[in-house]
Structures are given as C-alpha cells and as structure tokens.
Design a protein around this ligand. Structure first.
Ligand SMILES: Nc1ncnc2c1ncn2[C@@H]1O[C@H](COP(=O)(O)OP(=O)(O)OP(=O)(O)O)[C@@H](O)[C@H]1O
Length: 352
C-alpha cells in the first residue's frame, strides 16, 4: 500500500526553525513546520493552520459568487464544504489555490498568500479540480510521471496507479478513460507530490461504489498521515463520514458550520415524520406539543417534528391529528442525518 505521508517541509537556512529538543518523542511522521512564523530561536512553534480564510469575496461581472466567506482548518483535519449548485464552493476552492484573484478578504494557505507566494506554496499543496488540467492526449502513467517529476520527493507513480485501480489503463490516453478513471487519475495527480494540504473538488462525483470507498480510505489515510484535506461534495453521507468540520455555503455565504455531530444535534437527534393533507396549521400543532419541539412542513403534505422524541410526543401528535379528523400516514421516527439538516437550511427546491 502506498504511504501518503507528506514530504517534510524544509525551511530555507535563512528562516531555520529550532531543532526539536532531545526529549521530543521520536516520530516517523515528519513534523510539519512553517518557515514564515517560526521564531529565530527557542521552542518550535505550533504549526500554522492549514487554511485561514477571512471575509473572502469574489464577483464575476455583476454576479457575486462568494460574499464574505470565512473558514479555518487545522493540520491533519478534514473540512467538507457543502452547498447547493452555484453556492460558491468551487470559487472558494479556486481562490484558495490561487487560481482566482479575490475581490476582497484574506487567504492564508499553510501561512502563505496563494497568489503573492504561489511559487513557495504550489509544491506543498495538492489540487484536484473539476476541470482536470490534464493533457487530453497524454497517457495515464505518462501524465502522472510528468506531475511527479515536478515534485522534490514524489510518491511512486506506479504504486499510486495500482492503489487507485488504474494499472490496467496506465497506457490509455486521458481522453479515452472513463469518467471515473479520469477522476481517479486527477486524484493521483493531486497526491503524487506528497502535499501537506489537499483540495479535492467533488472527488467522488461519477465514481462507482468501489472507487468511492477507496477514495474515502485514501482521505482517511491522508488525515492519519498528518495531511489536511479540504473537499467539496454533494454527498452528505460522505461529508458525515469523512469530515472533522463542515461548512455549509449558500448564495456565497456561510450559513452553518461545525462538526457533523454539532450540526446534526444542533436541532435534535431524532425526528418524527409523517404525511397528511397539505396545509395543516403547524403552529397550532407545535403549540400542542412540549416546549422545544419544532414542526415544519418542508414539502406539501410532509411534516417533520423535531425535538426530544419519546412515546408521549408520538401520542400527542397522533391525538392532535385525530381531534381534527386528520389521518396520519407513513409515520416514522428516524435519526436525523446531515442531509435532513442540509435540506432544512438550504430548501428543497431545485436551483437554477
Ligand atoms: N467563470 C465564471 N464566470 C461567471 N460566473 C461564474 C464563473 N464561475 C462560477 N460562476 C458563477 O458563480 C456562482 C458560484 O459558482 P461555483 O462554481 O463557485 O459554485 P459551486 O458551489 O461550486 O457549484 P456546483 O456545486 O454546481 O459545482 C454561480 O452562480 C456560477 O454560475
């Protein structure tokens, strides 16, 4: 199995950091330090955050794509950026990797400005964007070797191809690969340079379940090896499984942030769902239930009651309905998921 450990970032002599003390525990994982903030002498400082974004703004003509987004990601953590189509996720990621010049705000990636200090930053990050960046005629292995040649201490391209199930198509030109194979090659290209921080824009879009699970294993392995990961995804289960932190963006703004647990429990752990004729007076139902319970009708005729769910709550809902001659159908008590939270926050209607 290919190790995914990042190359230790070696500061230039002029900015040398203090050597670890003799008492420091020996670690096979290279300590990741930063040559920008390290003091000239003394104790090794805590590593700078992997990513800091404050008030990022980006417009395309008169369309505001990102409107004051702030994010922070510590080392060896996974951040999932979620949001409906057109929310501003890709623009945020592209700004963080220096592909877009922001109209406002401040970005620091591994302590560096992604535009002004791009030459120093580029070798330390891996980027997998939706729009490839691959020569269409290049063969799979050829392309990965080319990217590896730019890295100081790359992973073995053949071992990476093997891990990503691409050995059989190593000699196939990129344009002849299936969509999923192209995705996996893009992931390999993002990882081959042993980055300290990886940006993955919808890494599992179009993958079959096996490749999707392998991508998840790789993200977990990266995190265990001290690599930080920023990923965007439309798969809520993926975010729930992989992310330490989740940020939900809508209309270019952060509308919720926290750990998966915080976001899911933010409302309530469980909920009661049922269907009944549309337009029931939800405020009346809510008033008849214990304090702290919330009732919504997210789609016509679908009702969700969130709160401390116990047998008494279920009985109170059905007796309120019975008193109004309303037949409750398909009642279920279910665990809330990130998808429930996401849809409540961003709405269920399709976006343009
Ligand atoms: N190059 C561009 N020129 C003009 N408008 C753009 C450009 N790129 C993105 N946009 C617009 O900016 C907004 C944000 O787009 P962005 O791609 O960042 O969203 P997203 O959250 O990544 O969406 P998706 O989930 O569909 O990939 C959208 O309204 C989009 O149409």
């Amino acid at each position: 199995m290919v190790g995914l450990r990042p190359r230790p970032h070696r500061p230039r002599a002029a900015h040398a950091v203090a050597a670890p003390s003799a008492a420091a525990p020996a670690s096979i994982v290279p300590a990741v330090r930063d040559d920008v903030t390290a003091p000239a002498r003394g104790v090794t400082p805590p590593a700078t955050p992997a990513l800091e974004v404050e008030g990022l703004a980006k417009r395309y003509g008169d369309r505001t794509a990102v409107d004051g987004v702030s994010l922070r990601l510590d080392r060896a953590r996974v951040l999932a950026l979620l949001g409906p189509n057109g929310a501003g996720k890709t623009t945020t990621v592209e700004s963080c990797v220096g592909f877009r010049r922001p109209d406002g705000g401040r970005i620091r990636v591994l302590g560096l400005d992604p535009i002004a200090e791009s030459e120093r930053l580029r070798p330390r990050i891996g980027v997998m964007l939706q729009s490839g960046g691959v020569y269409q005629a290049a063969r799979c292995r050829e392309m990965l070797r080319l990217v590896a040649a730019y890295a100081a201490d790359p992973l073995d391209p053949d071992a990476l191809l093997e891990r990503l199930g691409l050995t059989d198509v190593a000699n196939v030109p990129f344009r002849r690969l299936s969509g999923g194979q192209q995705q996996r090659l893009s992931l390999a290209m993002a990882l081959v340079g042993r980055p300290e921080l990886v940006f993955l824009d919808e890494p599992t879009a179009g993958l079959d379940p096996q490749a999707r699970h392998e991508t998840w294993r790789i993200v977990r392995a990266l995190r265990e090896d001290g690599v930080s990961v920023v990923l965007t995804t439309h798969f809520m289960d993926e975010a729930e499984r992989l992310a330490d932190e989740i940020v939900i963006i809508d209309h270019g703004r952060v509308i919720a942030a926290g750990t998966p647990h915080e976001l899911i429990r933010g409302g309530a752990e469980r909920e009661v769902r049922f269907t009944a004729p549309p337009g029931l007076p939800t405020a009346d139902l809510e008033a008849a239930l214990p304090p702290g319970v919330h009732v919504v009708e997210p789609a016509p005729g679908v009702y969700v009651v969130a709160g401390d769910v116990d047998p008494g709550l279920v009985a109170a809902i059905t007796s309120w309905c019975a008193a109004r001659d309303v037949l409750v159908e398909g009642l279920q008590v279910k665990q809330r998921t990130l998808e429930d939270v996401f849809l409540e926050l961003t709405g269920r209607e399709l976006r343009a």
